[in-house]
Write a protein that binds this ligand. Structure first.
Ligand SMILES: [Zn+2]
Length: 419
């Protein structure tokens, strides 16, 4: 590290308490998705902090998208510290998944205990938003002039596909290969790792079609819930063993995610619409499945394999595609990935590893819609804590990741002649 870099790293440490407090402030705003609670409040808190830090801030509501409503607005916050030169853009999503069960602390209390901040969205990924904002603020407070432009965006809806968030910024041209050289998405993939891609996703909805009848005379009806059970059983006993035989050559983390998977995400049966317990045989059962596929599988093969299996069960069903995202794999040799790895080494003395995320994230939009190849994910959160009860971020990880982001910013923007 140069003396200037060391000065900036010390400035990150000096900002530690402030960064923790800002992370807590964000976690205490329950931006639960679905449905998209408290988005406007959270976006305003981030916008205000960016203004305090000297950014020119714009807010882009996702106009024209059905999910952007008066009750549940979808604002995208973008701040710019413009100095000319190359543009480095940090992006983080401010929506969080519902807390679900199993918590021993208040999921929105942001309790600080034993060097950890607890709460839904700490790791995934409000700590990432705080880390990139304070990384760049440390450079400013250390009085080091930047030789390029830094942008920070905070976006909604990553957990539901990112269409009103990063995809909206890409489709409207705010994020584009003309505007940004580098994009760092501050998702939780562990602070010693650089994430260069993700696996594929296929969400589909299955409906089994039975025939309603009296609950006392099931022999005169067809039970759609039991039909669905047959399909679930077929996935369990026939598809899962096949998937277990396949293995990705990409550096997917955690190791269990080298194999593709299928998960039953939700299931509802009974009289539709609306009813649950009635003295009748259910004529409809609806289930949503989540098939994650590896780089070696194509979407067409994945879907055909499922249909073949369903056809063989002798059950009346309907299949509806809900979401498809193809796998993505960037290069560890890009300027951004290599600079991030070197910064990790210089901060933590560890050899950084390049990984592929088990789940999809907004990188797909940056690469496919905006055509920006220099895009990685890097953030303070630990991958295995995402979406778990008692989710937390370690303060030491938050500070280490902010140091890495500060070095990354200094080094990328010190390059001249790129534009
Ligand atoms: Zn996330």
């Amino acid at each position: 590290m140069t003396p200037t870099e060391e000065r900036v790293v010390r400035a990150v440490e000096a900002l530690g308490d402030e960064m923790v407090a800002f992370t807590q402030q964000l976690v205490r705003i329950p931006t639960v998705n679905p449905p998209g609670d408290c988005y406007a409040h959270c976006a305003e808190v981030i916008a205000e902090k960016l203004r305090d830090f000297g950014y020119a801030v714009e807010v882009f509501p996702a106009e024209g998208l059905p999910e952007h409503t008066a009750q549940y607005p979808r604002p995208n916050v973008v701040g710019a510290l413009t100095n000319g030169g190359p543009v480095l853009h940090f992006n983080g999503h401010y929506d969080v998944v519902p807390p679900s069960s199993g918590w021993s602390v208040d999921p929105f209390g942001a309790e600080l205990r034993d060097g950890r901040i607890y709460g839904r969205g700490t790791c995934d990924q409000k700590a990432g938003i705080a880390a990139s904002m304070y990384a760049v603020e440390a450079i400013r407070r250390a009085g080091v002039p930047l030789r390029g432009t830094v942008e920070q965006s905070a976006t909604p809806d990553e957990e539901s596909g990112g269409f009103a968030g990063v995809a909206y910024l890409c489709d409207t041209g705010r994020i584009s290969s003309q505007n940004q050289e580098y994009v760092v998405i501050t998702e939780p993939l562990d602070p010693e790792r650089v994430c260069i891609g993700h696996r594929g996703v296929y969400w589909f909805e299955l409906t089994t079609i039975g025939r309603v009848g009296h609950g006392s005379m099931p022999g005169l009806a067809v039970n759609a819930a039991e039909q669905m059970a047959r399909l679930v059983q077929a996935f369990d006993t026939q598809l899962k063993p096949i998937l277990a035989q396949r293995s990705s050559q990409a550096p997917v983390q955690p190791p269990q995610a080298h194999q593709p998977s299928i998960n039953l995400n939700s299931i509802h049966a009974g009289q539709l619409p609306g009813g649950w317990q009635t003295p009748a045989v259910p004529d409809r059962c609806i289930a949503i499945f989540d098939r994650r596929f590896i780089h070696e599988e194509s979407f067409a093969e994945v879907r055909a394999e499922i249909i073949e299996l369903l056809e063989a069960q002798g059950v009346a069903y309907e299949l509806k595609d809900l979401m498809r995202v193809d796998p993505l794999l960037g290069s560890p040799d890009g300027q951004l990935a290599r600079t991030a790895a070197a910064a990790i080494h210089d901060v933590s003395n560890l050899e950084a590893s390049f990984v592929v995320s088990p789940g999809t994230y907004d990188q797909k939009h940056v690469v496919r819609r905006a055509g920006i190849r220099e895009c990685i994910a890097y953030g303070p959160g630990r991958l295995i804590l995402a979406h778990q009860p008692d989710e937390y971020v370690a303060v030491s990880d938050l500070i280490a990741a902010a140091k890495v982001m500060a070095l990354l910013t200094l080094r990328l923007l010190a390059r001249t002649g790129i534009r």
